[in-house]
Design a protein around this ligand. Sequence first.
Ligand code: MCN
Ligand code: CUN
Length: 785
Amino acid sequence: MAVEETLPPVGVHGMGHKIRRKEDMRFLVGKGTYVDDIKLPNMVYLAFVRSPYAHARIKKINVEKAKSIPGVIDIITGEELEKAGLAWIPTLMGDKMMVLPTEKVVFQGQEVVAVIAEDKYAAWDAVNQIEVDYEPLEPVIDPKKALEPNSPIVRPDKNSNLVFRWEAGNKELTEKIFKEADIVVSQDFYYQRLHVAYMEPVGCIAHYDPVSGKLTLWMTTQAPHVVRTVFSLVTKIPENKIRIISPDIGGGFGGKVYVYPGYVVAAYAAIKLGRPVKWINTRSEDMKSTAFARDFHIHGELAAKKDGTILGLRIKVISDHGAFYGDANPSKFPAGLFSICTGAYDIKAAYVEVTGAYTNKPAGGIAYRCSFRVTEAAYTIERLVDILAHELGMDPAELRLKNFIPPEKFPYKSALGWTYDSGNYPAALKKAMEKIGYYELRKEQEEKRKRGELMGIGISTFVEIVGAGPADLFDIVGIKMFESAEIRIHPTGKVIARFGTRAQGQGHETTYAQIISEILGIPVEDIIIEEGDTDTCPYGLGTYASRSTPTAGAAAAVSARKILDKAKKIAAHLLEAREEDIVFEKGKFYVKGYPDKYKTIQEVALAAYTNPPPNIEAGLEAVTYYNPPNMTFPFGAYICVVDIDKGTGQVKVRRFVAVDDCGNIINPVIVDGQIMGALTMGFGTSFMEEIRYDENGNIFGGSFAEYLIPTAVETPKWELDKTVTPSPHHPLGAKGVGESATVGSPAAFVNAVVDALWHLGVKHIDMPIWPWKVWKVLREKGVAS
Ligand code: MCN
Ligand code: CUN
């Protein structure tokens, strides 16, 4: 790569410019600052003894041998934390979670004892010398069994394993419609437990200054402000004496929203010992104990007329939450936004019921590019629609085109209560069909089938729902889900803008600068974006659920427009004209009809400090706390072609066309990057990744030896295209995109595999579709070669 290709962009680059990411230079030359890069004087290290059992009573903890290891400073147990009122802390979902256990452990890999030592080697030596005497208890592994009356109870503080029961839709109407339907298809799906496998495991450094009484935490968190508030409420440390800094983050993907015991113990130890404490998970600790994704046991039913008109949808889910209800959903949505499950279709009646269960596994649920469980919703409806097409003998594309919400019906109110802002689903599907050569592929498939070859075509036309969210519906621990942007223009026209969000690789330093550049005509390289420091950034809810563009992007636009309004007044003063006569174009203000006599935005910025109009305050800055009027509803049409090897069961993805629509695009290269990354994660989900447990609660998938993620070798070549249907309520017409492809693609992959095998009597294979699963099916059907 030539050096100039990696240099930051020069010039005014507003919306739609394919500029390189401003942040990439420091990452490419290894100069990013991640938590583990930070070293403070006098710092000590924290490591955890973790439970080998999924469910066991702690009888005794012997720390004597460990204490005598040179360099060991302190050993902290649950009993000690209990005295400090910190053995349990609240989760973001109003439940409680153990920081360190006092009575029993509730999942394998749970933090049991914390060791603090001069270096991490001494800490790990001590971890290995601590003896914990356990009395194993019967573990609760299957969430369905967990809900049976005679099940052992996971939690010491509860008398049942029921987390919640939640429903949406009109049950009676749905039942009536199902009774009247010509055909009902139904299927069980298990959307497996996943780990997000970001590059940087979770960790933190806690530093307490006894002079100022200030606690500073460098933390791998996607939501620094919310964590600060929770920390303040739990510890009673005044909120202005807690500073959370999220430095560069090596991928978050939802796994870094959760509040981990390590954060709390590190903070406690830093205050107790008066020394900075660093805690960084190892990779396998991370895989065994951090917030998981999915784990939904779904039963779906679709009712239709003979001609393929879909009438009703009914879904029952049992969701496995592990030992604590630690999802990071908006509080009114215990099952996230699963009720977007009617998808792209005009369905009269729908009813959904989700029951959450505690089991002896780690907590989590909202992670891995899920948009609050839209992944599970899109998968369910898109699989059901394909099954219906096959049962009816109809083409899956034709069936979709017949049932799409027509473009003229937007804004569209869904049977489960959402008002879709805009969409054009037939346009996206037709574009994808044309690009891939859909009908030719169907012909090829027919011929191949005659020769006994297995080829499948899978479609997914998903709808996303992102931008949480409107204050009347969306809050986290009571805090409304607004988002903030503060823009300051200095006298020389250079800009610093700060946000309540926190990118983990999404490129906000570039795209937010492009938004400001678009509106104010200031070159992108003159705009610095800062996120992730609660002492300097305005309060915000953070980056997850692809909400940053719909919320913080909107806040940036509104703040920039506020500044432009004031700048116009200043320009009128400088040009000795009336404000109404001032025209603003490409960074220049002039009087209507006299474009040659202008003042630049930079000159206006200087005047804001040196020569403001008499009736106007000095300075040029604005802050906005943006409350979105509605969610945004991105969508897409994906088509996948697979060939299956009858000898090995290996599925080869021959082609994958993805047509995405996220409204107006800020940076097309970043959006393409987001889509390719998310497609790769959808591919991993469909064919490789799973965290499983045996009947004793032993994890399978706790290291990369067992948890397979796609490398460049396995990853298919993605063919991207787009349609543009702007959001009518977003100030820039933009919708979110960060998770779309992980939401939409698994159904396309699985639909393709089942399409290849349907004629053999195969209706479904659960993900991950490992070769041996396919091979087993081929053997059963007598076609394995
Ligand atoms: N964008 C754009 N035009 C649009 C929409 C988005 O240019 N119309 C740009 C945005 O400006 C931003 C990026 O695309 O730079 C993603 O924007 P958005 O869809 O708003 O999503 P967020 O910024 O809120 O990112 C969150 C989302 C989530 S929830 C997960 S999970 C995920 C994802 O982003 N985690 C990621 N993408 C990731 N990418 C990386 N590299 N690392 C992660 O951890
Ligand atoms: Cu669900 S993963 Mo993203 O919302 O951080």
